[in-house]
Design a protein around this ligand. Structure first.
Ligand code: ADP
Length: 485
């Protein structure tokens, strides 16, 4: 209340009535409002904030550090380190934060409430934190996402059938058509393939939106991992007449191997990293004419690993640059219009990068190539070793629990049954060699012979729900699932 009292002393004569209205509004609204000083000490809490923070009364909150009450994690339920927590950054620096969607960990019961949080610096040295419960909006969004994902899934099968029949019609070994019909069928085939890609991409982007997949973090040596992914594209780049170099564009004139091949550790979801790189590399190839170059590199940037995917291609105008990460956005210029695409690739990249606590942006000029940067949290070598040990331990526990229970051989009645030896956990020694698996690898079953059928080759429909491997869950629990400080 002191906030209002202080304002009264300098306010014009008409102000008291206004002030009462302001206070009435603050007491009535459903949004939580907290006022702090520049050190983050709470000076005012409205009733909605008291309920959402589950702190009993405003008096209990006043004079406390805001950090003791307003604890947040990402939407996906991942802990936020100080360096990446937008609330902490806004409170410390006095910068505004606008509607950051996250989860509030409320009160002693640590109940998770989805919120959109904002920070507004006021009167120079004070901060107003507001937060709104977005559970209902998320539920509505979830319904929409579920609809899109189910519809995409259902439509993929008939589209694949159409695509299959068109392929058969266009194949001289299976059909005879005249030249005019070939032209029509080729257009129909291109359209069916575009639809197939669209449904595939739509399914991919909805998977994270509706929580069917969550990032499964593992410790990774980033330079090696990114190089491995980029190497898979070398043949395609050669076919497209492109040069490839691992490093930044500038590194072309820099032969110092220490700068080119830094060992950089990260804590990422390997599947997400591959999807990100696949989309960025695919674009670099699509939008760079023959004779151009593509550069992929990883550099350490303080507590971040900075990946660059650079091309010397058609570039992006400054107008388009502001929108390219939006769903379905495609630049409308003659250089890119000709190239096939769904406008969902960069949206998926942004979604996956942010789910891992990272940031993606692009620098480009029309006609002058583009660089896409992905900045992801980095971990130290020591942290990497610690997490690797946790991963190996989790794998061993998993293998032990997955191994079939040994059937004891018939024993003479007087003999006690020998207990099964427990598996030794990996000791905390970074130099320890990898622990061998306790069970032999399962032999893959040979594929069944193809069944002859008159139907065209329809690819099998993907399962709607991608199961998360159980061992990954254990890994995540063991290592807290959070990004280290
Ligand atoms: P698309 O399937 O259309 O490639 P994306 O979401 O991957 O969809 O990209 C959105 C748009 O951004 C593209 O249509 C293209 O106009 C532009 N774009 C993306 N990457 C590049 C690039 N490397 N060079 C030039 N333009 C690009």
């Amino acid at each position: 209340m002191s906030f209002f009292k202080r304002q009264t002393s300098t306010a014009p004569a008409k102000a008291p009535a206004q002030e009462n209205y302001a206070e009435l509004a603050l007491r009535t609204i459903h949004d939580g409002v907290i006022l702090t000083d520049k050190l983050g000490i709470i000076q005012y809490v409205n009733p909605a904030a008291v309920i959402m923070l589950d702190c009993g009364s405003a008096e209990n909150a006043i004079s406390l550090d805001y950090g003791l009450l307003v604890k947040i994690e990402t939407k996906e339920g991942r802990e936020l380190s100080e360096a990446e927590n937008p609330l902490t950054i806004a409170m410390k620096t006095g910068q505004a934060l606008d509607k950051y969607a996250c989860c509030l960990i409320s009160g002693p019961s640590a109940k998770r409430i989805p919120i959109a949080i904002s920070v507004l610096p006021v009167q120079g040295d004070k901060r107003i934190i507001t937060f709104r419960n977005i559970a209902k909006e998320l539920a509505e969004e979830g319904e929409q996402t579920e609809f899109i994902s189910t519809a995409s899934h259902e439509m993929r099968t008939p589209v694949a059938t159409i695509d299959g029949y068109l392929s058969l019609a266009l194949n001289p070994q299976t059909a005879t058509i005249d030249e005019r019909a070939r032209g029509y069928l080729e257009s129909a085939h291109a359209a069916s393939q575009h639809l197939g890609r669209l449904f595939h991409d739509l399914l991919d982007v909805t998977k994270l939106d509706d929580g069917r997949i969550r990032p499964q973090f593992v410790p990774v040596e980033m330079t090696g991992e990114v190089k491995k992914i980029a190497d898979d594209y070398i043949t395609r780049m050669k076919e497209a007449g492109l040069n490839f170099r691992f490093g930044t564009k500038e590194s072309e004139f820099d032969s110092d191997p220490r700068r080119l091949d830094q060992v950089i550790y990260g804590f990422v979801d390997i599947g997400f990293l591959r999807e990100i790189m696949d989309n960025l590399l695919d674009n670099a190839i699509k939008y760079t004419p023959s004779g151009g170059s593509v550069y992929v590199g990883v550099l350490g940037d303080g507590d971040r690993a900075l990946i660059n995917v650079t091309d010397t291609g058609v570039g992006i105008s400054s107008d388009d640059l502001q929108h390219i990460f939006q769903k379905f956005y495609r630049s409308d210029n003659s250089d890119t219009r000709e190239v096939g695409g769904t406008g969902l690739g960069l949206y998926l990249v942004k979604q996956r990068v942010e789910a891992m606590g990272g940031r993606v942006w692009a620098e480009s000029a029309f006609g002058d190539g583009s660089t896409f940067y992905v900045s992801l949290p980095r971990i130290s070598g020591e942290e990497y070793e610690k997490r690797m040990i946790a991963v190996r331990n989790a794998e061993m526990i998993n293998q032990t629990s997955a191994a079939p229970t040994p059937q004891p051989a018939p024993q003479p009645t007087a003999q006690p049954i020998q207990p099964v030896q427990p598996v030794q956990p990996v000791v905390s020694n970074p130099a320890a060699p990898p622990v061998p698996a306790t069970t032999p690898p399962i032999q893959p079953t040979p594929p069944a012979p193809p069944v002859q059928s008159p139907a065209p080759p329809t690819p099998p429909a993907q399962p709607l729900v991608q199961p998360i491997p159980s061992n990954q869950n254990i890994i995540n629990n063991n290592i807290n699932g959070g990004i280290p400080q």
